[in-house]
Design a protein around this ligand. Structure first.
Ligand SMILES: Nc1nc2c(ncn2[C@@H]2O[C@H](COP(=O)(O)OP(=O)(O)OP(=O)(O)O)[C@@H](O)[C@H]2O)c(=O)[nH]1
Ligand SMILES: [Mg+2]
Length: 403
């Protein structure tokens, strides 16, 4: 263990050494052309050993219980880092991780996503990754993922009780509901595993033991794209500005998937008035007559507080929904569920639109405008809040007053 008084000396020595020995990465993604980026990305995937992440110097420090009372971690690694221009040193990181629910078959798409995420952000920060799966990850998956990321990777198996039917669910009724929604061509309506996925993302991922040590999460999905340089730390931004939930895209949900979600939520609010704060963000999810407007933050991208999701009030809400059965008898998505939880329990100033993060999950873009688009390859006019203001809820969110 390095004595605290020698840490600055060790850090400076490590930085000086690295400045001498680091080589520039073999390629660079800052070109403004999506076609070039695609070519570079393919090159990276074909030649993973060409990925030259700058070498981190890790200094292990003991965190006292007082300094991080909400976490069980006694030791975390702080990374001292020299960037590609050999100028910056990142000494401060949040207690955060990327969390990715995925399958072995998603490997190719996930590597494409992670190469972008690393290039646009994490090659300077080395935040760790937690990969979760309801089946064992293959050795090939683990190796090929670790080849393209600069953060520590942990691969977790989801406990069966978090990815199966609770005893209070009537499975015959659930199967009939799937058949009916399939017949009506509701998106993912006939899909059983999709329902387990939505329930897991709504109520369990933040309770996986691998997540216990973290305070912040950034959700990532295979296939999503990151189009802009992210030259600051969004986790620290959240922490330093007292934010609890961050999003990029918000839209209106297909009502066929959530016919009783709103009434079930109202029922919860009436039964648990003591849990609902005096001011909140319910205006985001209601129209001027107080009816549900189906607005939700798209949960394939989230940067958020794990303490919020682990809070008694959010867990009480999830439990209420779970017992109502709509994850299986309907097809409640984790996006409207998270969004209703956020709207009930948080204030507007605790929720942040990451307008500056160029992000794509098919078929929608969030793309920065004007000057903020300079280090991006996404077209600003494609940003969904401009392209389809009526489907997007983001500008309405922006206009809501702070409490
Ligand atoms: N381990 C595991 N992960 C899953 C399963 N189904 C979906 N996922 C993951 O859960 C997340 C959401 O699934 P998606 O299929 O992307 O759902 P979606 O975003 O609503 O739908 P798309 O428009 O098809 O992307 C992704 O990270 C998937 O990789 C599953 O059965 N097992
Ligand atoms: Mg998806």
């Amino acid at each position: 263990m390095l004595n605290i008084k020698w840490r600055p000396v060790a850090i400076i020595a490590a930085v000086v050494l690295l400045v001498h020995f680091l080589v520039r990465p073999a390629y660079n993604f800052s070109q403004a052309d999506a076609g070039d980026l695609q070519a570079d990305r393919e090159k990276a995937i074909l030649e993973p050993t060409d990925m030259k992440h700058p070498l981190p110097v890790t200094v292990t420090v003991t965190k006292s219980a007082e300094s991080s009372p909400q976490t069980v971690t006694s030791v975390i690694k702080e990374t001292v880092y020299v960037n590609n221009d050999d100028t910056d040193v990142v000494l401060e990181r949040a207690n955060a991780a990327f969390v990715i629910l995925t399958r072995n078959k998603d490997l190719k798409q996930l590597r494409e996503t992670l190469v972008q995420l690393e290039d646009r952000f994490n090659r300077r920060y080395h935040y760790p990754y937690v990969f979760l799966n309801n089946e064992q990850f293959s050795d090939e998956f683990k190796e090929k993922i670790q080849d393209v990321v600069s953060g520590e990777c942990q691969f977790g198996l989801i406990p069966e009780e978090h990815w199966s039917y609770p005893e209070f669910i009537n499975q015959t009724r659930a199967a009939e509901a799937r058949q009916d929604m399939h017949n009506r061509k509701v998106i993912y309506g006939g899909n059983e595993s999709y329902r387990h996925m939505c329930r897991y993302e709504s109520g369990f991922f933040f309770r996986h033991p691998l997540m216990d040590q973290y305070k912040w999460y950034w959700r990532v999905e295979p296939g999503v794209k990151f189009a802009c340089e992210i030259d600051y730390d969004p986790f620290l931004f959240m922490e330093q500005n007292n934010k609890k939930y961050g999003f990029t895209i918000s839209i209106k949900e297909y009502i066929e998937t959530i016919p009783t979600l709103w009434n079930t939520t109202m029922d919860f609010m009436n039964k648990h008035k003591d849990l609902i704060p005096a001011t909140n963000l319910m205006e985001f999810v209601t129209d001027k007559d107080g009816n549900y407007n189906r607005c939700h933050f798209w949960s394939n991208f989230e940067i958020g507080s794990l303490d919020f999701l682990r809070s008694d009030q959010y867990l009480a809400y999830f439990d209420h929904l779970d017992r109502a059965g709509g994850f299986f008898y309907e097809r409640w998505g984790d996006a409207p569920v998270h969004s209703l939880g956020v709207s009930m329990f948080l204030n507007k100033n605790e929720v942040h639109w990451f307008e500056d993060i160029g992000y794509y999950h098919g078929p929608l873009w969030n793309c920065p405008k004007g000057n903020a688009n300079k280090k991006c390859w996404c077209p600003e006019e494609e940003s969904i809040e401009i392209k389809n203001r009526g489907w997007s809820c983001t500008l309405d969110f922006k206009e809501l007053p702070n409490p």
